[in-house]
Design a protein around this ligand. Structure first.
Ligand SMILES: C[S@@+](CC[C@H](N)C(=O)[O-])C[C@H]1O[C@@H](n2cnc3c(N)ncnc32)[C@H](O)[C@@H]1O
Length: 269
């Protein structure tokens, strides 16, 4: 299988650590979203763009021994690491698959198809949303969480934070992806003829302290290579932004948000 990985954030082991922090910060929010789509016990879940497998493991716990989770990602290293984690933890009801989301060919096999922060990394997100809809049985749910990067905020204003938001948005758009996809997520669901009964909400955690406040800094660090590769700035400039962002994050008065997170679900006809 040929997989072209054009993901803008560093993946593998380092990427998994960043996703682990993100998963901790969002744990209660994502758990309540999954529980809100109906009793998860015994259900068959599909987790697309599963990254470090943090949500897949949460789903596997909620699904219980009668349920199952299939998790898919096109980062071979992260799939290996997540598989090792599940093995070490004795989790038996998760299967990780190294696969490009565009290659999904499931038909009515799942009760819930889920993705978090995947569609904003795709050039053709509607194609994958359609595949998610096909993958669930009639009455099953498609659930997506994704970002509106432009909805990010901090206080007080910070040039380093603005630079970070601009860099992320630019490298994403240069790759033909939409960093503000969350804004159009509901419209994308409505354009999908197989789906009805939509639910939508927005969440936006923000922090004055704690690990969540460091997400902007961690992400800037993990997009550094792409910024340089795309020729937007050199190493010295990017390191200076990182250093200023670190100082801003350490400032006890400052607050830093995550991007706005849109959460939409729909039921297959
Ligand atoms: C921001 S991470 C989110 C990971 C996980 N869903 C979470 O919330 O922790 C996006 C993941 O999507 C994966 N990804 C991006 N494009 C993909 C594609 N075309 N097919 C499969 N996985 C993809 C990346 O490798 C990465 O692990």
């Amino acid at each position: 299988m040929t997989v072209i990985n054009n993901y803008i954030i560093a993946g593998g082991e380092e990427g998994k650590k960043r996703l682990g922090v993100l998963a901790d910060v969002l744990k209660t929010y994502t758990r309540s979203l999954i529980e809100s789509v109906g009793s998860p016990n015994g259900k068959r879940f599909l987790d697309i763009g599963s990254g470090g497998g943090h949500v897949s493991l949460m789903m596997s716990e909620l699904a219980g021994p009668e349920g199952h989770v299939t998790a898919v990602d096109f980062d071979q290293d992260i799939i290996r690491l997540a598989t090792e984690d599940a093995k070490e933890m004795g989790v038996k009801n998760v299967t990780y698959r190294f696969m490009d989301a565009y290659e999904l060919e499931y038909e009515s096999e799942f009760d819930v198809a889920y993705s978090r922060f995947l569609l904003s990394h795709l050039q053709k997100p509607q194609v994958v949303l359609n595949k998610m809809a096909r993958s669930v049985r009639s009455g099953g749910r498609v659930v997506v969480e994704d970002i509106d990067f432009s909805g990010h905020f901090c206080y007080p204003s910070s040039d380093a934070f603005s630079d970070y938001v601009n860099y992320y948005s630019t490298i994403s758009r240069n790759n033909g992806q939409n960093p503000d996809l969350g804004l159009s997520l509901h419209s994308m669901f409505k354009a999908e003829p197989m789906l009805e009964d939509f639910r939508l909400e927005v969440i936006q955690p923000y922090f004055n302290e704690g690990i969540g406040k460091w997400m902007a800094y961690f992400t800037m660090d993990k997009i550094k290579e792409t910024i340089i590769k795309q020729g937007l700035a050199d190493t010295v400039t990017v390191d200076a932004v990182l250093s200023k962002l670190k100082t801003f994050t350490e400032d006890k008065q400052s607050i830093i948000s995550l991007p706005r997170i849109f959460r939409v679900s729909g039921v297959r006809l």
